[in-house]
Design a protein around this ligand. Structure first.
Ligand SMILES: Nc1ncnc2c1ncn2[C@@H]1O[C@H](COP(=O)(O)OP(=O)(O)OP(=O)(O)O)[C@@H](O)[C@H]1O
Length: 598
């Protein structure tokens, strides 16, 4: 870690403090001054006291300097105690803007990075600063400590006429040796700690497997108790073997520095005793000299300790700022605003090919497709044909490998990212229900009494009866993760909430990936009847395995192994002996078998 990095991170942190918590700076100033001068009050007092006794000053003079000393001591101690606890508290406050910056960056980060192991690990290390707030406290404490030591050096330099130069050289040498030992140990341990983070991350995943409701069914069904606990045992063994190395390194370093410090104490004592016996050093001056020397050692120790803390924690802070400064390629392209955001636009795929960043296989191959404004397109195809991937490209979760996607004639990269995202509403197969109220799950807004849009959507999606029957209606919390009176919805009900969420955005383009996957055939039919009303004046794209969706489609596109193999209206595709006709006939036969009475 270079010094430039330390300075850069310090500056970044200082800017953050200055922007978010100026009070911290004022409190720190008083903390630094009071802590720096506190040890010298006694030293200076005893110097004056011994002088007064040696030179037979009046008793009232001694009382006077004693009272001054007590007043100064009391004020300084109080200031130091108050500001110490205040700086600790205010450094915790700093976690608020830092957490918010971190979350914002994580969300704005290019989607493809969420699958990149090196970025995931960088994010984990950055998270470490937030999850272990003590690190930030220690870092800021170290910065204050450095200032305290520097002021103390200045005071000591002022009093230096009484310090033997040999002692200074000795203290300097011992402090430097101890610093080198400690910094080597810390560097080694930081590397080991870095190695331990992914292990710890896996451990949290294992705990989640055992406790998270998401996995509860699978875990019980397949009797995964031993499987999970075995994984947990192995993981902890791996983690503890790393902690053992860290402890061993620390022990070695501790023993080495204690050894050098003992040698230093003995040599200083020998020199001062020699000066008392052979150089007429008075006991009073011996006392002052001993105290200043000890303070000198203390200040040096503190200085290097703070520097080492700063250096070590800087590694974590560096990861934090590195992550924060990570560029988002997808976001930082165009800045064109979309005009008429509520009107559907023309979407064109031109020679689009794509492979995932971690896999060279082409998943989308030379696609040419036009979706006219207000058209309803159904994309069908076997599992793995590339249907979801095509939608991910349209949603700018990934950039095309070659070719281009146009919206109203302009490459989607030219648009401002947020402006472009506003025109799309998507429900993916793996939509998420958040552990918050039904209302917030749909709107992502604070509760608004009588939000008729939400009521209308609940009604349209046949959820109103269910929601009205709940004790807190739209304010009922989904999932029981945080609330005892939270509710669990069925797959189909959750999917309808996800539809409401997509429709609430009122975007001119609606994309639904497998909208009927969790619905019964009757519900599926009702859904398409509802959809035909909702999608009026919107462009809609459905990915569907169930071909009943064709009843509301204008065009159907059949994907096979990343290529468009058939394209046209339902009637056109039924006219050719292809994949679509085959699939349709198979499915309608199945429906007949299921529905017709035996
Ligand atoms: N993040 C990823 N990294 C690498 N390959 C991926 C990734 N996501 C999907 N793929 C691969 O891309 C191919 C197409 O996947 P996609 O999800 O687009 O298919 P699909 O047609 O939507 O399938 P399904 O009907 O099963 O949902 C698959 O072979 C899949 O393994």
């Amino acid at each position: 870690m270079s010094n430039a990095n330390i300075m850069k991170n310090l500056l970044s942190l200082f800017k953050l403090v200055f922007k978010n918590n100026k009070t911290y700076l004022i409190i720190s100033f008083f903390f630094i001054i009071s802590s720096a001068v506190l040890p010298f009050i006694n030293i200076i007092y005893f110097k004056y006291l011994f002088d007064a006794i040696s030179f037979h000053y009046s008793f009232s003079y001694i009382i006077k300097i004693t009272i001054y000393m007590l007043i100064v001591y009391l004020i300084t101690t109080n200031v130091q105690i108050y500001t110490k606890s205040a700086t600790t508290l205010h450094s915790k406050w700093l976690l608020i803007p830092m957490t918010s910056m971190f979350c914002k960056k994580s969300i704005e980060m290019d989607y493809q990075f969420t699958e990149d192991q090196s970025v995931i690990q960088e994010m984990d290390r950055a998270k470490y600063v937030l999850a272990n707030g003590d690190n930030l406290e220690m870092y800021l404490d170290a910065v204050n400590g450095l200032f305290i030591s520097i002021i103390q050096f200045a005071i000591i330099a002022f009093l230096a006429n009484v310090v033997n130069p040999f002692i200074i050289v000795l203290i300097l040498a011992v402090s430097i040796i101890n610093t080198v030992i400690s910094s080597k140990i810390r560097k080694k341990n930081y590397q080991i700690h870095r190695e331990s983070l992914p292990v710890d991350y896996k451990w949290r995943y294992i705990i989640k497997l055992a406790t998270d409701i998401k996995y509860a069914k699978e875990v019980r069904l397949f009797g995964l108790k031993n499987f999970i606990s075995h994984k947990g045992d192995k993981n902890r063994e791996e983690y503890l073997s790393l902690v053992k190395i860290i402890n061993k390194n620390e022990k070695k370093g501790f023993l080495a520095t204690i050894g050098t410090s003992i040698v230093q104490e003995i040599v200083v004592l020998i020199i001062l005793v020699y000066m008392v016996i052979f150089k007429n050093l008075t006991i009073g001056n011996f006392n002052v000299l001993m105290n200043v020397t000890r303070q000198f050692t203390e200040s040096f120790k503190k200085f290097f300790e703070c520097f080492l803390n700063l250096y070590t924690i800087n590694n974590y802070l560096n990861d934090f700022f590195l992550f924060l400064n990570r560029k988002s390629q997808l976001r930082e392209t165009g800045n064109l605003k979309i005009e008429l955001e509520d009107k559907p636009g023309k979407i064109e795929f031109k020679d689009v090919s794509f492979h995932y960043p971690n896999d060279p296989r082409l998943i989308i191959k030379n696609i040419n497709l036009t979706i006219e404004p207000g058209e309803c397109l159904v994309i069908v195809g076997e599992n793995g044909a590339g249907k979801t991937t095509l939608i991910k490209l349209l949603m700018r979760l990934y950039d095309v490998t070659s070719g281009s996607i146009l919206y109203n004639g302009k490459n989607i990269k030219e648009y401002d990212y947020d402006s472009y995202m506003k025109i799309l509403s998507t429900v993916f197969q793996d939509y998420i229900m958040f552990s918050t109220s039904i209302y917030e799950n749909i709107t992502f807004k604070e509760w608004l009494e009588n939000d008729y849009d939400v009521k209308f959507l609940l009604e349209q999606n046949q959820l109103i009866e269910k929601v009205e029957s709940l004790p807190y209606k739209e304010q009922t919390i989904l999932t029981r993760r945080f609330e005892d009176d939270g509710i669990e919805l069925s797959g189909g009900q959750s999917q309808r909430i996800a539809f409401c969420r997509a429709m609430y955005r009122k975007s001119p383009t609606l994309i639904l990936d497998e909208p009927s996957a969790s619905l019964s055939p009757i519900a599926e039919n009702e859904m398409y009847v509802q959809f035909s009303k909702i999608i009026r004046n919107k462009t809609s794209i459905f990915i569907s395995h169930r071909l009943s969706s064709s009843s509301i489609s204008d065009k159907i596109c059949v994907l096979d192994d990343g290529e468009i193999v058939e394209y046209g209206t339902h009637n056109e595709l039924m006219g050719i002996d292809g994949i679509y006709k085959n699939m349709y006939q198979l499915q309608s036969q199945y429906y007949k078998e299921v529905v017709s009475p035996a």
